[in-house]
Write a protein of this length. Sequence first.
Length: 104
Amino acid sequence: MHQDGMKQVQADLCERIDGLRAAVPYGSVAGLCDKASDLRHLAQRYEIRPVADLAWKLEGRLARGERGPAVLDMLSLMREASECGRTDSQAASAWAAAASVRLS
C-alpha cells in the first residue's frame, strides 16, 4: 500500500477509536462490541496487527460490560499503536505487553 493510503487508514482508525471512546459512557454492550469489531476488521484488512490484536482484547472487555479506566486505557493504546506506523508481529507483541503492564 502506498504511504498516502496507509496514512488514510491510520486516520480512519484514529477517528473510529475516538468515536468508540465517545460512545463508551452511554453505548449498549452490543453496540460497543460492534464498533470494536469493526475496528478490528479494518485493522486486519490492512494487516495492522497491533491494532487488530488490541481491538480483539478490547472486545472481550466490552463484552464483559467493562467501561472504566481499563477500557479507556486500551483505547489510548490502540490510538498510539495506529499512529506508530509498525504493523509487524513484533510490534503486535510489544503493544500486547504494554497493554498487560498498563492494564494490570
